[in-house]
Structure formats: structure tokens, C-alpha cells
Design a protein around this ligand. Structure first.
Ligand SMILES: [Zn+2]
Ligand SMILES: [Zn+2]
Length: 339
């Protein structure tokens, strides 16, 4: 009874680990939850105990209040904690600030649950750490061979080029508040853009949190503090995707609408967002990164979840791994919160 298949199962609350008597990213309130990161389809309020990295716990407090769970146990990366018959450790997942893979040891077997993860450059969070294991549970949000994400510099350069070509237009960029927003800001800074970046109010709190963890975002000005909105011509304004076409954005001068998301590779999605300037910026692995990760982690078995399972299961089998899909309920494709 040692293999993880005997101590991991899923039910209406999500993925349950019997060895730790805990759910991982459960969709309903449970007595004990391990939370991989702060995006809304993974972190929900109302649990008895929550185990998470300090950063994820801080994000949950911002979003759900100080009392989002009865007991909040913070666990730094690479530290171990014993629960019931096993132990839990977090390793960085490279997805957003505080994002973690859950490493679970029980009776000489190790299971690593990736959570959401990526392998490409992101100075806003700790980079994904390859951790050897028997079973690797991988997400597959972009688990099809067509998904190939360009380097972020290339995409953010499109924004800067447009700004140079159309200096009379206010460049309004749709970004998710947690992760994407801060990543786009740092990418602009890395490309030498040091002017103030103007912000929709809904983005400010999480930017402050990132700053408090040492992520230097530079000069940011809330749009509410701008005296004449006309002065935003030729400037960059960041807003949550939901605000791109609402009354708020209609006050901005001569808007050029951009949208930053991995889904912008799909034309239907960029049309849906009415994005004149779609920027393919993803916080998940693309197909080559998924394959690279399987090779490096080199587990005996791959379980695929959270996205397009079938293609990655098939690919993992071709690569010589045992593989299966682990279907979970209540997971969105992330287009509404984090992507
Ligand atoms: Zn996520
Ligand atoms: Zn997710």
C-alpha cells in the first residue's frame, strides 16, 4: 500500500492525500488544505487549517481577510512538516510570487504536485526547482503541441514599439492583478522603460505586496491621482481585463487596447477581449517546457491535471513514462483570474 495511487484520490472537494489527511487546492471548505498559490481557482477561503508559503498566505489575507482560515500555518520553501503519516515540503513553481510545488513523502515514495508552473524568465518570483520523485503530477493548461510562448521581451517590445509609433494614444494594457501585472511591469523596466506606469485602483494592493517582498516595480501612479486624463496620451495604463471596455476606460484619451495573456495566441480569445494589441505572455509552461520538465524530473509516473490532459498523457507515454489523467472538478482554465 505504499505507492501514491493508494494514498491520493479525488472527490467532490478536489485532490485528497490520505497520508497527510489533507486536500490540495480544494474547491470547497475542508478541515485541512495545502494551497499551492494565491490564484482564485486554487486558494479559497473558509478552511480549518491552511498550509501555504508566507507569500501565498499574505495574498489570501489580502483577498479574503485576516480570518480566511481558522489556523494558518506558513511553510517556507524547502522546510519540512510532518502531518499524519507523511511529510510536506514546498519547492518554488516559478508561476507567481509564493507559488509552490507540493512535495509529499510517505513510506519511501515521493509525489510532487506541480501546482501551476512555468520555466521561462520571471524575476517576480523564485524559479521552478526540479525535484526528483516517483510520481509527478503536472498541470497541462497549455498542454497541446500548438502552444509555444514567445519570450516576454519580444511581446513587451511590441507594446513599446506601438507607443513610439502612436505617441498620441493612451496604451491600456489588460493584466490579471496577481502575477501578470507585476511581471509586465518588471519586463518593461528590464527593457529600459522607466517612466511612471499608471494603474487602475484594483491592481494596487497586490503591487504593494510584491514590493514588500522586495520586487522593485518602480514609479506607479494611480489613475485616480491624475489631474487631467488627457495627459495619459502616450502613457502606459494597466487595468484588470474586466475594466478594458467599461465606463472607466472610456474616459481615457484615444485608447489603444492591449491584453497580456497566454491565451492571446488564440485569435478567438484576443477578439473576445477586443485587443488591438494581443501580447502572448503566459505564466504557465508551453508545450516544449512541459516536455523539458518531464525529462528533467524524470519520474516513474506522470499524472496530468488542470487543462488539456489527453495530449500530455499520450506524449508522456511516448517518452516511456506511465501516465494517466487526473480529472478534477472546479478548475477553470484560469482566464478569469490568473492564467
Ligand atoms: Zn495560477
Ligand atoms: Zn490554475
Amino acid at each position: 500500500m505504499q505507492h501514491p495511487r493508494y494514498w491520493i484520490n479525488s472527490n467532490e472537494n478536489g485532490l485528497y492525500c490520505e497520508a497527510l489527511d489533507a486536500y490540495i487546492d480544494p474547491v470547497n471548505p475542508v478541515h485541512r488544505a495545502i494551497i499551492t498559490h494565491g490564484h482564485a481557482d486554487h486558494a479559497r477561503p473558509g478552511h480549518g487549517e491552511v498550509y501555504a508559503t508566507p507569500e501565498t498566505m499574505a495574498i489570501m489575507r489580502i483577498r479574503y481577510g485576516d480570518n480566511h482560515a481558522e489556523k494558518q500555518i506558513e511553510l517556507n520553501y524547502s522546510n519540512n512538516i510532518s502531518l499524519r503519516n507523511g511529510s510536506l515540503m514546498f519547492k518554488p513553481a516559478g508561476h507567481i510570487l509564493g507559488s509552490a510545488q507540493a512535495v509529499i513523502d510517505h513510506s519511501d515514495h515521493r509525489l510532487v504536485l506541480s501546482g501551476d508552473y512555468k520555466r521561462s524568465h520571471d524575476p517576480t518570483c523564485a524559479a521552478f526547482e526540479v525535484t526528483q520523485c516517483d510520481v509527478f503530477v503536472s498541470e497541462a493548461t497549455f498542454g497541446l503541441p500548438v502552444f509555444k510562448h514567445p519570450p516576454i521581451n519580444q511581446e513587451v517590445n511590441k507594446l513599446l514599439t506601438s507607443l513610439a509609433l502612436f505617441p498620441e494614444r493612451c496604451h491600456l494594457v489588460g493584466v490579471y492583478a496577481l502575477g501578470k501585472c507585476q511581471r509586465v511591469i518588471l519586463a518593461l523596466r528590464e527593457l529600459g522603460y522607466h517612466k511612471p506606469i499608471y494603474m487602475h485602483g484594483a491592481l494596487l494592493k497586490l503591487c504593494e505586496l510584491y514590493s514588500s517582498y522586495g520586487v522593485t516595480l518602480g514609479d506607479m501612479i494611480p489613475v485616480t491621482e491624475v489631474e487631467s486624463l488627457k495627459s495619459l496620451a502616450g502613457e502606459i495604463v494597466l487595468a484588470p481585463p474586466s475594466a478594458l471596455h467599461d465606463r472607466w476606460s472610456r474616459k481615457l484619451p484615444n485608447v489603444m487596447t492591449a491584453m497580456a495573456s497566454g491565451w492571446m495566441q488564440i485569435r478567438a480569445r484576443s477578439k473576445q477581449r477586443k485587443a488591438e494589441l494581443p501580447l502572448i505572455i503566459s505564466d504557465h509552461c508551453d508545450w516544449p517546457e512541459l516536455l523539458q520538465t518531464l525529462k528533467q524530473v524524470n519520474p516513474q509516473e506522470v499524472w496530468v491535471t488542470h487543462g488539456r490532459e489527453a495530449a500530455l498523457v499520450h506524449q508522456a507515454q511516448l517518452m516511456g513514462y506511465q501516465a494517466k489523467a487526473l480529472s478534477l472538478i472546479g478548475r477553470s482554465d484560469g482566464d478569469d483570474d490568473g492564467e
